[in-house]
Design a binder for this molecule. Structure first.
Ligand code: ATP
Length: 505
C-alpha cells in the first residue's frame, strides 16, 4: 500500500512538473478539488473526448450529440430529484475537525478487511506453490469466508440505512466497527447529516428579481429535456441515443485523490432511448460495448472489472460500474445505468408537456426507457496517466520515466529533433516539422544532447522522435525512435507522415 501511495505521489508531481495538470489558483495557494489542465493535459483530455465522441456519435448512425447549457430551469432539478435527494451523508470528527463521507469511511473499513483476504490468499499461494487452487481456497478457507461474510453484512446494513435514510443506525454502524478518524485517531464523531451536493447561484442583475439556479451536477438532464426536440428535428427512430460532453459541478464533501474527485469536472454521457421491455437487452449491450471501448484504447484488461450495484437508485432497475485499478485500488470510472422511464416521466409531470414517442412498429405511444453510459473525463485522464507512468532502469544503468500513453491519445505524436545545431540540420528539421504540423501535434527541440531530448519526450509520452542527422542531408532519410521499445529505424522523409499516421491511428 505504502508503495502505491508513493507511486501516486510521484505521478501527481510528474503531472505538474511536465505540464499535464496544475493545482488551480496555485499562486494564491490553490483551491481545493479544482485543477487546471496544462499544455499536455489539455491535449490528452481533448484526445480522449474526441475518441469517445467518434466511437459513440460518429460511428453510430442512431446516436447524435448536443451541447446544452450549464444553467437550466431550476424546476428541472426538482423533477430529477436532485433538489431533494442529491445528498451525501457527512460526519465530522470533533477532535481533528475533519469532515468525512460516512459511507466512504465504512467502505474504507471494508477495503481493509478485503486487504486481509488478499493477504491470506497471497500467503497460501506461496505455501502451496503450483498446486494452489485460488477458487477452491476462497470458497473453503474459514478465515477468508468469515471476512467475506463481514464485508457482506456491513455493506448490506449500510446500503439499507442509506436507502431508508436511517442516519442514526449508520452512525451506530461506524461506532460498532470502531472506525477511527485517520487524522486524530479518535472515535469522537458528530451525528451524521445529509448534505446537498448542488452548487447554487442567482440569475438576474436586480437582486429582488434574482432566482436561485443551480450549476448542473450532471449533463444527463440537458439531454432529457431536449428529447422531444432532438427526436423530432432529427427524425430519430427508437432505439436511438443522445450524447453530450461537458462540465458538471458537485460540492463534494471530501475531495481527495487528485483529479479523481473534483468539485468541477467533465462528464461524457450518452442516454439511449429504447422501447419499454427492451432495456435489459440494451443494458447488457452497452455494458459490453463500453468495456470494448476501454480495451480498444490499448488499456490492459486486468485493470478493469465490473461492479454490479446491490443498492439501486430509486429510478434504476439495473446498474453497474466499470471500475479501474487506480493506484489507490479499484474505483468507479464509469457508470452504466438502466434508468427506466423515470426521468422523462418526471419531466412530463413537472413541465406539463407530453413527452412520448409514437412507435409505428408497435402502433402505440409510450414514454421511452433509458439506458445511460456516464464516464468522468477527468477520471479517464487519471486512469490513462496512472497506467502510463513507468520508471525504468535501462541497460546502461541510467533511469528514465516514460509515460506509456496509448499512441492514439498521446498529447504530442511526434517530435522533430536536429542531431546538432549546425550543418543545415535545424533548417531541414523545421522543413519536416512544417509538413507534419497540419497532421499531428508536433514538437521541435534542438536544445541539449539528443539523449536528454529523448528523455523529455518520454516524460510527456510522445510515441515517436524523428532525428535529422548527417545521413539525412545525403539520402533524405531520418531516424525514427519508438518510445516504449526505444528501437530506431531509418525512414525516408517523404514516408514519415504515413508512418506516424499508421502507428497512431
Ligand atoms: P462516486 O460514487 O465516485 O461519487 P457517482 O456514482 O456519484 O461517483 P455518477 O453520478 O454515476 O458518479 O457520475 C458518473 C461519472 O462521473 C462517474 O463514474 C465518474 O467518472 C464521474 N464523476 C462523478 N463525480 C465526480 C467527481 N467529483 N470528480 C470527477 N469525476 C466524477
Amino acid at each position: 500500500m505504502a508503495n502505491h501511495e508513493e507511486q501516486f505521489k510521484k505521478l501527481v508531481s510528474h503531472a505538474k512538473e511536465y505540464g499535464f495538470i496544475f493545482p488551480s489558483s496555485e499562486i494564491y495557494d490553490g483551491l481545493a478539488a479544482v485543477y487546471d489542465y496544462a499544455q499536455y493535459g489539455v491535449e490528452l483530455k481533448k484526445n480522449i473526448r474526441d475518441y469517445w465522441w467518434k466511437s459513440m456519435v460518429q460511428m453510430h448512425e442512431n446516436i447524435v450529440g448536443i451541447d446544452s447549457g450549464i444553467f437550466m430551469h431550476p424546476t428541472i432539478w426538482k423533477a430529477s430529484g436532485h433538489v431533494d435527494a442529491f445528498n451525501d451523508p457527512m460526519i465530522d470528527n470533533k477532535d481533528s475537525k475533519k469532515r468525512y463521507r460516512a459511507d466512504v469511511l465504512i467502505e474504507d473499513h471494508c477495503a481493509k478487511i478485503e486487504a486481509k483476504i488478499e493477504k491470506e490468499i497471497e500467503k497460501a499461494a506461496k505455501k502451496y506453490g503450483e498446486a494452489f487452487d485460488k477458487e477452491e481456497f476462497v470458497k473453503t478457507n474459514p478465515r477468508v469466508l468469515e471476512n467475506a461474510r463481514k464485508i457482506q453484512e456491513i455493506s448490506h446494513r449500510m446500503n439499507h440505512d442509506l436507502e431508508v435514510n436511517d442516519l442514526a443506525d449508520l452512525k451506530r454502524l461506524i461506532e460498532e466497527l470502531e472506525i477511527v478518524c485517520p487524522v486524530s485517531g479518535t472515535r469522537n464523531w458528530t451525528e451524521i447529516r445529509q448534505f446537498n451536493l448542488m452548487f447554487s447561484t442567482k440569475v438576474g442583475s436586480v437582486s429582488d428579481e434574482a432566482n436561485t439556479i443551480y450549476l448542473r451536477p450532471e449533463t444527463a438532464q440537458g439531454i432529457f429535456v431536449n428529447f422531444l426536440n432532438v427526436q423530432k428535428t432529427g427524425r430519430m427512430k427508437i432505439p436511438f441515443g443522445i450524447a453530450q460532453t461537458g462540465k458538471a459541478f458537485r460540492n463534494e464533501i471530501v475531495a481527495r485523490q487528485f483529479i479523481f474527485r473534483m468539485r468541477e469536472f467533465e462528464q461524457m454521457e450518452m442516454q439511449f432511448f429504447c422501447a419499454p421491455g427492451t432495456e435489459m437487452q440494451w443494458f447488457e449491450y452497452w455494458k459490453k460495448e463500453r468495456m470494448r471501448w476501454h480495451l480498444s484504447l490499448g488499456m490492459p484488461e486486468s485493470a478493469y472489472r465490473f461492479h454490479d450495484h446491490e443498492k439501486l437508485a430509486h429510478y434504476a432497475n439495473a446498474a453497474t460500474d466499470i471500475e479501474f485499478d487506480f493506484m489507490f485500488g479499484f474505483k468507479e470510472l464509469e457508470g452504466i445505468h438502466s434508468r427506466t422511464d423515470y426521468d422523462l416521466s418526471r419531466h412530463q409531470e413537472f413541465s406539463g408537456k407530453k413527452i412520448q414517442y409514437f412507435d409505428s412498429d408497435r402502433d402505440e405511444s409510450y414514454v421511452p426507457y433509458v439506458v445511460e453510459t456516464s464516464i468522468g473525463l477527468d477520471r479517464m485522464c487519471l486512469a490513462v496517466l496512472s497506467q502510463a507512468y513507468t520508471e525504468e532502469r535501462l541497460e546502461d544503468g541510467s533511469e528514465r520515466v516514460v509515460m506509456r500513453i496509448p499512441a492514439k491519445i498521446a498529447p504530442c505524436k511526434v517530435a522533430v529533433l536536429p542531431l546538432v545545431k549546425k550543418d543545415g540540420m535545424p533548417e531541414k528539421a523545421r522543413e519536416i516539422l512544417r509538413d507534419l504540423q497540419p497532421l499531428f501535434m508536433c514538437q521541435y527541440d534542438e536544445k541539449d544532447a539528443i539523449g536528454r531530448r529523448y528523455r523529455r519526450q518520454d516524460a510527456i509520452g510522445t510515441p515517436f522522435c524523428v532525428t535529422v542527422d548527417t545521413d539525412t542531408m545525403n539520402d533524405d532519410t531520418v531516424t525514427v525512435r519508438e518510445r516504449d521499445t526505444m528501437r530506431q529505424e531509418r525512414v525516408p522523409v517523404k514516408e514519415i507522415a504515413a508512418y506516424v499516421a499508421e502507428k497512431t491511428r
